[in-house]
Design a protein. Structure first.
Length: 95
């Protein structure tokens, strides 16, 4: 199993319940595909460096997880089509 980090930015107009629900959704997606969530770090609402999809702010979330490459591929596929995600980046951590 490999270690990964995913940083994603959620829509700024989501209330606290919806942000928590989105975090749970993506964490359970990792676990459903055989991965293990190591740490979830919610950074909260921050100002973006530049405008993304008409938004100037976003809710930042950093998740550390481990799993096979198929887990990160599926997570990437789902986040690309999700309406609540402004931007995401999945990085494989070095050994």
């Amino acid at each position: 199993m490999r270690d990964y980090e995913v940083m994603y930015i959620l829509q700024p107009d989501l209330d606290e319940e919806k942000v928590t629900a989105a975090i749970e959704k993506y964490s359970s997606l990792i676990q459903a595909n055989g991965g293990t969530v190591i740490n979830v770090d919610k950074w909260g609402k921050r100002r973006l460096a530049y405008e993304l999809k008409g938004q100037r702010e976003g809710n930042y979330v950093l998740v550390q997880f481990s799993g096979e490459p198929a887990v990160s591929s599926e997570l990437d596929r789902v986040m690309k089509i999700a309406d609540d995600v402004l931007r995401h980046l999945i990085v494989r951590k070095g050994d």
